[in-house]
Design a protein around this ligand. Sequence first.
Ligand code: 6GU
Length: 256
Amino acid sequence: MQTAVVTLFPDVVEAALAAGVTGRALRDLKLHCATVNPRDFADDRHNTVDDRPFGGGPGMVMMVDPLKRAVGAAKALVPESAPVVFLTPQGERFDQRIAADLAALPGFVLVAARYEGVDERFVATQVDRELSIGDYVLSGGELAALVVLDAVARVLPGVLGNPESAPADSYMDDLLDCPHYTRPEVVDGVSAPSVLLSGDHGAVADWRRREALGRTWQRRPDMLLDRDLTAADRTLLADYIVKTRLNTLEDAHAPQ
Ligand code: 6GU
C-alpha cells in the first residue's frame, strides 16, 4: 500500500505513524507513507501558502497553486490509479466500510488542510473524494489523516496477523466488542466471569457473542436496525435481554 499525505506538518504525521501498529506496518513494508509539504511548492520568498478570503471575513484560505503542485508531487509517489482524498468536516463520514474500501486500493493521497479552508477550485479540480471523521471541528486535517491511515493499516493483509487472502470486510462484524479480562482473577472483590476460566471454548465463544450482541443492542441500537440476525444470534441476544431485565428487577427490589 503506497500512500502520501500532503500536510504543512509532515513531522507530526511521521512521528504519529512511527508508533504502534502503523509503525510496524511501515517497518514491515506493508504500508508506505510519504509526506509532501505544500510550503515547499510556494512561489514567493516567504513560502506563502494561504491568503485572505475574497469577500472578507476571518481566517485565511489555502491557495490553489502550492497545494496543486504538492498534490502533483504526491501523485508521482503513489500508483497511477490512487485517488486524492481531501479531509474535511464537509466530507462523507469515514467508517469501517470506507477503511476496508481504501485498504483494497494500491494506494491513495490524503490532503490535510489548515486555516479556515482551501480554495474551492482546488477541491473541484484535484480531489476525488472528501472524508470527515465525525461531527466536530479540528484545527487541521492531520489528525483525520492519521485516523484514516491507522484504520486502513490495521486491516491490511499481514498487519495484525490478518490472512493474506481474507477479504477486508470479513475483519469487521459490525458489532461492538465484548468485554475483556486478564489476571488477576479477582480485582477489588470483583471476579472475572467464570465462563472465561472454564476451559469450555464453545461456552466462551457463546458468552463473547452474547455480550457483543447485548452491548450493541444497549449502546448502539442503530447498528442492529436493518440487520437480519441469525437464529443463533437472536437466541443469544434474547438471553442477554432477559438477563438484563432480571438484573434490573433485582436492583429495584434490593434492600437500600
Ligand atoms: Cl477530516 N478535518 C477537520 N479539520 N475537522 C474535522 C474532520 C476533518 N473531521 C471531523 N472534523
